[in-house]
Design a protein around this ligand. Structure first.
Ligand code: NI
Length: 172
């Protein structure tokens, strides 16, 4: 297993800007994907976006098994993921983020999505997801658009968290 990459924390600017599209799947990107997967497990995450390891590119890793700790885990790497359709009702659930340690907020998101992306071999995929998995995809795709969970909540709630956010800032 490769050494875990350091996770970039809020309020680093790379987390708050749009990541670049992957124009070509280079050898560098092919090497990066297993490193991102290892790092996600190392940090006990269920998803990871490239800006979180200081690379502003549209690459995400998502854990797709229901019990990653019991099973071996089924990580999926997606390049240039774009949500093309939202379905179902909106659901509110608590979300955490490796870039916002200790911060758990209620985020409202559509229940189901359809997305298109490239796989690491450059093949176009169309993925339909619901429930928890749809939530992880949306959270990670948000990272590629410079959006964090704290940007998805009411500004008053965010203001109330300023003490906690300052603490992360001090440690990041
Ligand atoms: Ni996150």
């Amino acid at each position: 297993m490769a050494a875990a990459l350091t996770i970039v924390k809020y309020p680093q600017s790379i987390l708050q800007k749009k990541a670049e599209k992957v124009a070509e799947i280079t050898a560098e990107i092919k090497e990066l994907i297993p490193q991102m997967i290892d790092s996600m497990y190392e940090h006990a995450g269920i998803g990871l976006a490239a800006p979180q390891i200081n690379i502003s590119k549209q690459i995400i890793i998502v854990e797709t098994s229901h019990r990653p700790r019991e099973n071996k885990g089924k990580p999926l790497a997606l390049l240039n993921p774009t949500i093309v359709e939202y379905r179902g009702q909106k659901i509110t659930e608590e979300e955490g983020c490796l870039s916002l340690p200790g911060i758990f907020v209620q985020v409202t998101r559509p229940e189901s999505i359809v997305l298109t992306c490239l796989d690491p071999q450059g093949k176009t995929l169309r993925i339909q997801a619901s429930g928890f998995l749809a939530r992880i995809f949306q959270h990670e795709i948000d990272h590629l658009n410079g959006k964090l969970t704290i940007h998805r909540i009411n500004p008053i709630k965010r203001f109330r968290m300023r003490g906690q956010l300052k603490k992360i800032k001090k440690n990041s």
